[in-house]
Ligand binder design. Sequence first.
Ligand SMILES: NC(=O)c1ccc[n+]([C@@H]2O[C@H](COP(=O)([O-])OP(=O)(O)OC[C@H]3O[C@@H](n4cnc5c(N)ncnc54)[C@H](OP(=O)(O)O)[C@@H]3O)[C@@H](O)[C@H]2O)c1
Length: 273
Amino acid sequence: MAQTVEANGARIPLVGLGTWDLRGRTCARMVEQAIGLGYRHIDTASMYGNEAAVGEGLRASGVPRDEVFITTKVWQSDLRAKDFERSTRDSLAKLKLPSVDLLLIHWPNPSIPLQETIGALCKMKREGLARHIGVSNFTVALVEEAVKLANEPLVNNQIECHPYLDQGKVIAACRERGLSVTAYSPIARGRVGGDAVLSRIGKAHGKTAAQVCLRYLVQQHIVAIPRTSRPQRLKENFDVFDFKLSPAEMKAIAALAHPRGRIVEWSGTPDWN
Ligand SMILES: NC(=O)c1ccc[n+]([C@@H]2O[C@H](COP(=O)([O-])OP(=O)(O)OC[C@H]3O[C@@H](n4cnc5c(N)ncnc54)[C@H](OP(=O)(O)O)[C@@H]3O)[C@@H](O)[C@H]2O)c1
């Protein structure tokens, strides 16, 4: 299967490296090794405090800049137009890049008009600071509103997504409007490791539970950005393109979803559907 997804003009690699919590030399080394192993997508954010290290790892990899898809995000407290632009420019200075491939609003902020933030986001694309733009942690209603307000195409909504959480409604809303979906916490912060259903399915394919989980996402053209601090897991998390889950296996994995499956809670988002 293709290792990328296309959305409103963007082509996004389906597996990327998540970097939340990776810092300094560890972060730079993991980014460099991931790219060496074939990863072509790195996910960072202003809030992670690791953009300089991500940039270092990217340069150390020796892979040309235009072959790696770099995403960063503007934090919730910086959603006023002026702050948004400053945050974006700071991110680029830390990454030592003239532009990122994807710039996201990290979390919605109900106390700042979305129109102002979306205006600033679109401006960053028009000025060439971001090749593509999108959102993160946006509900169905917020996706609809954002698309109406934007005068540049939005290409992605990054949301918590893994087998324990049914995100069907927001995924459908994104797709109707041409946005792709990126799954954050795609292996449920490591919880899928010991899952009996995923392990059983994995055994039949010679794969681990985490690989089955990631395959379940990418087989639905959902981008997955698993994070690891262990070099040996980089390869495991990337090796998901050489097997296929059957419709019955996909169904069994979807049945793992339950109402308390969400890991990342945010009090300002009352209705996810
Ligand atoms: N937009 C947002 O609001 C938002 C929110 C959360 C996360 N994110 C992004 O999404 C990325 C991924 O999400 P996440 O970091 O929350 O969680 P995750 O990727 O689902 O899980 C990471 C955890 O799983 C473990 N792990 C990694 N590979 C494994 C494997 N093959 N088998 C078993 N365990 C494994 C890691 O431990 P080891 O380090 O020991 O391997 C780590 O503790 C973040 O790094 C960040 O880039 C975005």
